[in-house]
Write a new protein. Sequence first.
Length: 134
Amino acid sequence: KVLVAYGTYANFKKVHWNKNEIAFDSPAYWNAWRNWCKVMDDVIVRNGIPRKDYSIEIADEPQIRELPLAELSRAAAELKKAVPGVHITITNASNTYAKEMAENVDSWIFSQYEIYDKKRSVNVDYRLRFQAAI
């Protein structure tokens, strides 16, 4: 199993938006994100790692003022649209993110040892706390 980390969406944003190459939140911006996701998936799959065996960490310890909920939610939805069946992970997501993003996020890493994966039901104690939060 492979985790594509750290914070792939933030890295994409730093490369494109910070250089003013593409207007943020424009159709071209989201199209670029979807295309970037497709290329990333293609490279991984072409090198022998099936989609079911990797996860993309879309955000690494996101802060709401730097990565607003609506933006991260859209990035996750656009990734799912671009790469059907992709597994998305967020590290140390607060309940603010969890409530709104549960539909598009498959795994949550609350620390390096505590993982919740809704498909595999890993770490029961954190799973129960997470479900109570949503």
